[in-house]
Design a protein around this ligand. Structure first.
Ligand code: DGJ
Length: 738
């Protein structure tokens, strides 16, 4: 059993392979957070809490005269608003009389031998042979009969503990939920750093590390999506933590909308970390019997550095979040026509691209934006999901059949959540767009956003998507979303319920995605939001790969894919070889390097193959051979970051499960005269096995490779790259060490 309950049902220990999470419901029913860290035996650790009268920290009424007991100082599981804990809270209520107190106390608990689901939202799920366990703790608000159910899921092997929250109004009068975060971690002792992942369009998820002090650190999104600017994931770690050392706690929110992630020390130096739906622009009205479900938070603990933490997330997300036919099925090498043609294509152009692609071993043509409605630039047509047969020189089925006849798969781009003002859909249903009556809307890419909270909107979209996919041979869909949301106003939830619209929008997107997957289970879905604007754990539930960034520059991609790898598996990162000078940066990098960088992702091409030289075509064939040769390593192997970006070179590694085969990719990011040596260490081998290195034929034990590493005989030139393999050999085989 991973969940142990003692002390008359008041002490809860959640044990995973390497860690323990402990809570204790004390004599006043306050659910204390007493421990999270290295695995321990689970004795009651409430004694570790130092209680003192610190002044200006009040005491709950039951403590009569005990000035040392204050919610303002205690480590808690559900710190609530308005009852004397002046730190950031997890939950806030607005009662009918205008009061805001939320005083939740322990009521009961239940254990289930399987994982829990979160209604309307993605969550980690059980596998046939690998089930999680769930602890549900019920807390009751002292005066209002609002109850909170805290869900804790345990995945033992992956060192993962999840939490979700469900708030229910069991009272007689309406209550407004004005804040409901998914999780809170209180650390009584110690110094910690916070690593967050920030960026911008075309430069997403760049790690930023800050010491947690009394000044609040907070990132988040109020853009309606998880955003390019901040990712809903963060790491709390000891200041000495490196890739291989130190304690690290990951927090990853399974949500694709507005979020907050914050950390701050309190007056006594205790650290509080919180994550969940952003409370700004949020309120949820709960009438009698109604409830609100907050998204799942996936927490994971590593006692030995960041690499292990990332590997745990890769495994849990690949195995318990990604779903569908392509969860494990080999992904096809694709050619996307976007950077090859943008909107300027016709049937002949597409067929000639497909013919060339087929000759080179590419397995799928993806037709991107511009095939529907009136859409020759990005100012019109969104919402009119009708094939533009004039532009395609025939039906989509004819085009798809031609591509299939070449032995290739066929993929199609959609942007379902959007509407152009210049579209038949907008002319017919202006109220389907999110816009505030009497105001001109803010436009992003000259488009508006559909009100996905509305059922009729989703019905229309599903009917259009299904009609197109049923009448043409489509194997893949790219689901794009190209602007941030503003002008939040739904005709359906106008007035006091307008605070629900951002969240209901996200629920609407999930609903449409779920219907899509149920109806077309064999289609490979790739998520996208102007590249990586919605790269989050929730989207992986629907799409096992997500276009990582609109930036295809191989050198910028080193940083973007590095940052993305802290939480998300390499198999989930869409990565393409594109033309040079690169369309986003103007940089020129060697063709091989572009391939090596894209191979560490869901691999494809995005350039006009007909404009390539014969030499480049030969390299494409080589790259596709490499893709097949290394697929199991790059998509299923264990991933190690070897260097942070910004060094002279960037290197990373994959090792297979048996530890028989390792692959390093190394990209030189700068050039210098009289160059210094390039030396990398090797990770993840078996110490007692012997390995031959592909670049120098030397054989050493895993112990030696991991301890001493490899020095390259030749220093690659700027932007050149190299793949280095280690293959297990019988001791004594291969070239003798010199
Ligand atoms: C943004 C995407 O990230 C691109 O790859 C492309 O699909 C365009 N949208 C098309 O509008």
């Amino acid at each position: 059993m991973a969940i142990m309950v003692e002390n008359n049902g008041r002490l809860f220990n959640l044990h995973t392979k390497d860690c323990t999470y402990q809570m204790y419901a004390d004599e006043y029913g306050v659910l204390l957070h007493t421990y999270y860290g290295k695995k321990i035996d689970g004795e009651n650790l409430a004694d570790l809490i130092f209680q003192a009268d610190v002044g200006f920290s009040g005491n709950p009424e039951e403590t009569v005269g005990n000035r040392e007991y204050s919610l303002d100082c205690l480590p808690q599981e559900l710190p609530s608003d308005g009852v004397g804990d002046y730190r950031e809270s997890c939950i806030a209520l607005l009662h009918g009389d205008g009061s805001i107190a939320a005083d939740f106390r322990f009521e009961s608990y239940k254990i289930f031998p399987s994982s829990y689901t979160v209604e309307g939202m993605p969550a980690l799920y059980d596998k046939e042979d690998e089930k999680g366990e769930t602890l549900v703790i019920t807390m009751r608000e002292k005066a209002s009969k609002v109850t909170v159910r805290l869900f804790y899921g345990v995945f033992e092997k992956e060192n993962v503990i999840t939490r979700a929250v469900r708030v229910e109004n069991r009272g007689e009068s309406e209550v407004v939920l004005t804040k409901c975060l998914s999780g809170c971690l209180d650390y009584q002792f110690g110094e910690y750093d916070l690593i967050t992942f920030a960026g911008r369009h075309a430069m997403e998820r760049i790690p930023e590390r800050n010491r947690i002090r009394r000044t609040k650190l907070e990132v988040g999104s109020l853009r309606g999506t998880s955003s390019h600017q901040y990712n809903p994931s963060m790491i709390v770690c000891t200041p000495d933590a490196t890739e291989d050392f130190g304690e690290c706690y990951g927090l990853c929110l399974v949500y694709s909308g507005n979020f907050t992630a914050c950390a701050q020390k309190d007056q006594r130096g205790q650290t509080r970390v919180l994550m969940g739906i952003h409370s700004e622009k949020f309120s949820f009205c709960l009438r009698t019997g109604e409830y609100f479900a907050a998204p799942q938070l996936i927490m994971s603990y590593s006692d030995s550095g960041l690499s292990k933490l990332s590997q745990q997330y890769h495994k849990i997300l690949r195995e318990h979040m990604c779903r569908g036919a392509y969860q494990y099925r080999k992904r096809p090498v694709l050619l996307n026509n976007w950077e090859a043609t943008y909107f300027n294509f016709n049937k002949e152009k597409l067929i000639s691209l497909a013919e060339q692609a087929a000759k080179l071993g590419i397995e799928m043509l993806v037709l991107d934006d511009g095939w529907f409605g009136k859409r020759d630039d990005d100012n019109s047509g969104l919402g009119d999901w009708h094939v533009n047969e004039k532009k395609l020189g025939g039906s989509l089925k004819e085009l798809g059949d031609r591509i299939h006849d070449l032995g290739m798969k066929f993929g199609l781009w959609f942007e379902p959540e959007m509407i152009s003002e210049d579209s038949d859909l907008y002319r017919a249903h202006p109220d389907w767009a999110l816009r505030i009556p009497g105001r001109e809307p803010n436009r992003g890419r000259n488009q508006l956003v559909l009100d996905m909270s509305r059922n009729d909107v989703r019905e229309y979209l599903f009917e259009r998507l299904a009609d197109i996919l049923e009448h043409a041979p489509i194997d893949y869909v790219k689901w794009d979303m190209n602007r941030s949301i503003c002008d939040i106003y739904s005709h359906q939830y106008a007035g006091s319920q307008n605070g629900e619209v951002y969240h209901r929008f996200v629920l609407g997107v999930y609903d449409l995605l779920e219907r899509f997957l149920q109806r077309f289970p064999d289609i490979l879905l790739e998520g996208c939001s102007g590249g990586g604007g919605r790269f989050d754990a929730a989207m992986l539930y629907y799409s096992p790969q997500i276009w990582c960034s609109d930036n295809t520059d191989a050198v910028n991609r080193l940083e973007i894919q590095y940052g993305t790898s802290f939480f998300y598996p390499v198999s989930s990162m869409g990565a393409h070889v594109s033309a040079v000078p690169n369309h986003q940066t103007g940089r020129v990098t060697p063709f091989r390097t572009r391939g090596h960088v894209a191979l560490s992702g869901s691999f494809g091409y995005e350039l006009d193959l007909n404009k390539m030289s014969e030499e480049e075509k030969a390299i494409v064939k080589e790259q596709i051979e490499d893709f097949h040769k290394y697929y199991s390593l790059t998509h299923e192997g264990t991933y190690y970051r070897l260097t942070p970006p910004g060094e002279r070179f960037c290197a990373w590694e994959f090792v297979d499960e048996e530890k028989d085969h390792a692959l390093q990719t190394l990209v030189m990011t700068s050039a210098e005269g009289n160059p210094l040596p390039v030396h990398t260490i090797v990770k993840g081998l078996s110490p007692d096995k012997y390995y031959c290195c592909s670049v120098n034929g030397q054989v050493h034990s895993g112990r030696t490779w991991m301890g001493a590493g490899l020095t390259l005989r030749m220093v690659p030139k700027e932007y050149e790259s190299i793949l280095i393999e280690w293959n297990v050999v019988e001791k004594g085989l291969g070239r003798k060490p010199i």
